[in-house]
Design a protein around this ligand. Sequence first.
Ligand SMILES: [Zn+2]
Length: 259
Amino acid sequence: MDWHGHSFAFKLRIDVEHVESQRYTGDYRLTKVSVVNLLDLLAELDVKLSFCVLGITAEMFPNLIADIVDAGHEVYGHGMYHEPAFSGRPLNEQRHEMRRMRDSIESACGVKIQGIGCPHHGMADEHTLQAAAEMGITFVESRIRDKDAIVPQWHSVEGTDLKVLVPGGQNRGASDYTDRRPYWAELHEEAFSPTYARQKWMANLDWAKENSLMTGLVVHPWMLMINPGEVQVVKDVIRYAKDEGAWFATVKGLIDLAE
Ligand SMILES: [Zn+2]
């Protein structure tokens, strides 16, 4: 498997979502402070990542989203409001949210997004795929995957002529976490452990390298502000991925691989 000239891939996704910061820490501004700091850190590490941005955050902080793009990173969508999840809602409602998200991000930074990372651990259904396709969004990152595939595969949307790319199911991922959001998406989260996170995230990189696959990691800027030790772990993991020769996956790069 050739990951744009690398033997394995690391998709490090940064979720930019001030409403989640508000909900779990009581302060929406942490997201902005954290992203500003993170942009410096990523410049120092000389790495470009993919930022998954809520439409409402792009509306509230357009300059922040423009700064992410100016720093050379990719942005794609994370829904408009984060709440409620896409799955189970009528098509017209999902379509409306998808359009608002796409337009808010474009007005903030001039980028027409090519993908969406569905919120709530990727809860999505066929209507989500259809709404995305209708809005010109090619890549839908959700629980709907192509089980045996490594790179994204075209998925025909039920009852339409539309197609979107869905992720390959052979890869594995992880997310940061915090005990500030108990029972979130039906999971009880423990307090963040830098030791355990470092071990697990690096082991995922080792696994990806051994198998020539991709591993993902979702990082929440607001968690970087409240989880003791997480900034250092993220830094170490990025350095490790670079040293081991990972391709830092982007939505655009994944679409190229699929085509
Ligand atoms: Zn999120």
